[in-house]
Write a protein that binds this ligand. Structure first.
Ligand code: SAM
Length: 266
């Protein structure tokens, strides 16, 4: 149940980005959700605690002297990684004021600018960025086709769009949870309404969270239709060394994340 001390405005209100535009608020500005998110291993230990990092990291292009945009940057781990890899300028945007405050506190760097801004309302200046990253944020976006079009326009020729989105098998999961047996062990992962994209109401970290389901065709063909060349597609599997973590072996039973690297060939 939601903490009743959290005001309605805090849960359903609007943020204003640096340009005064209103952006949709999300669960990450809900105090209770934010505190629970802070307890996750990836929030405490960063990229090395993220099950997908061993697959995402090799997909990064050369970043030395490059300009990098991170959509839904959260605590800014990938911004910091990009700066450490030699990026000349990094912009991390996130719709959550709390996440941006945390990014500035944990992952500040002279090369990084953090901005409260929804990715739906960012201006996407033409031919500006060498690399656009988005890790685990695109499944909050209803119309990812619009994002693909904007990212294509804002990338320079040869630029790379690298993202990790919740896998369609995961977002089409019924309540995004297993069916359990009598002992409480996961029996199987139910998938339903796969070809009906759109809102999915889920429980995550003890809170109601709205996500958006997109089919595999929408994601991959969406990229191709907007002009991208697809360089790599991967489905996240935890590395050997993480399989001892409780529940991690179950991550081999269905895909949770889809990693894609696409580039601009103009
Ligand atoms: C699971 S977190 C991932 C954060 C970060 N990319 C990482 O991998 O550590 C999802 C992030 O997406 C942000 N987000 C959700 N909807 C967004 C939107 N419309 N525009 C920008 N950021 C958004 C959330 O505020 C949150 O910080």
């Amino acid at each position: 149940m939601r903490d009743l001390m959290i005001s309605e405005a805090e849960i359903h209100g609007c943020n204003t980005d640096s340009e005064g535009k209103h952006t949709v608020n999300n669960e990450y500005d809900n105090k209770k959700f934010f505190e629970e998110y802070a307890k996750m291993p990836r929030s405490i230990d960063g990229l090395l605690a993220a099950g997908e990092w061993h697959q995402l990291r090799p997909l990064f292009p050369e970043l030395s002297g490059k300009c990098v945009l991170d959509l839904g940057c959260g605590y800014g781990w990938h911004c910091k990684f990009s700066a450490e890899r030699g990026a000349a300028h990094v912009l991390g945007i996130d719709v959550s004021r709390k996440m941006i405050e945390e990014a500035k506190r944990r992952n500040a760097d002279d090369k990084i600018e953090y901005r409260v801004c929804g990715m739906e309302v960012y201006e996407y200046p033409e031919n500006t960025w060498d690399c656009v990253i988005s890790n685990l944020a695109l499944h909050y976006i209803e119309n990812i086709g619009d994002i693909f079009r904007n990212v294509y326009q804002t990338l320079k020729p040869g630029g790379v769009f690298l993202f990790n989105i919740e896998h369609p098998v995961f977002t089409a999961g019924v309540g995004q949870d297993w069916i359990y047996d009598r002992e409480g062990k996961p029996q199987y992962w139910p998938v339903d309404n796969y070809f009906m994209p759109g809102e999915r109401h889920t429980r995550f970290l003890g809170c109601d969270v709205v996500k958006q389901h997109h089919t595999l065709t929408q994601i991959l063909m969406g990229l191709l239709e907007h002009g991208f060349v697809i360089d790599a597609v991967e489905e996240a599997k935890p590395p050997e060394e993480m399989l001892g973590i409780p529940g991690m072996k179950d991550e081999l039973r269905r895909p949770m994340m889809l990693l894609v690297r696409a580039s601009v060939n103009r």
